[in-house]
Design a protein around this ligand. Sequence first.
Ligand code: IPE
Ligand code: IPE
Ligand code: MG
Length: 241
Amino acid sequence: MTGARETAVCIPRHVAVIMDGNGRWAKQRGRPRLFGHRAGAESLRAVLRACRDHGVEYLTVYAFSTENWVRPKDEVGGLMSLLKTFLKKDEHELHENQVRLRVTGRIEDLPRSVRTELERVMEATKAYTRWHLILALSYGGRTEIMDAVRAIARKVKTGELEPEAVDETVISRHLYLPDVPDPDLMIRTSGELRLSNFLLWELSYAEFYFTDTLWPDFREPQFAEALAEYSRRQRRFGAPS
Ligand code: IPE
Ligand code: IPE
Ligand code: MG
């Protein structure tokens, strides 16, 4: 029995990705950063398909952070229109594959036209339960925790919650997507070894996978390699090895 368990391929239920390196990929080719972001959108399509093929139920991608608002106007605008294009071009594929689209982050910060499109596709796909694509947009881990703390504080103030009742479960329930399981695997491309304010609470026990590959070059084979590495990890959650 033990042997069988050791050799079984273990597939993460939820993979979270920091899609980094689009700018450097474009620079290497002497092209504008947006060229890199466009190629990055192709990688997202490829990885989303690969999730279904490998049986990964939840894919969360860091598409725009609360910190990314400091980027030049042109780049922010380009990213927003790329997002709209993605929603328009890929909606049919979400339906074909029964993928539910969701957003984590401060959706109210996004330009109205992007928000409208996002809300439309989220509504149209909300009945799907098997596959989930979660876009982290205007997302910051500290902001998410701060928003949860504020919501809890309001309930304590009105007497709806006792301070002593605030435990980990209560905090989790006040995060942006309380019904989504925590990620099992976190992938970051482009050689940067940091979290950049991504899913600070949810990643507390995730396995981390870092690769030098730039996001536009990260496709199915690279994703399969990350999954293979994950299946070689031993998750202990504090138990003895
Ligand atoms: C990631 O690529 C995409 C976003 C942050 C939107 P970058 O744009 O950060 O690319 P690099 O890190 O500058 O190469
Ligand atoms: C993280 O990448 C955010 C996204 C991928 C959307 P950044 O490129 O913004 O992160 P830093 O600035 O290198 O930490
Ligand atoms: Mg970057």
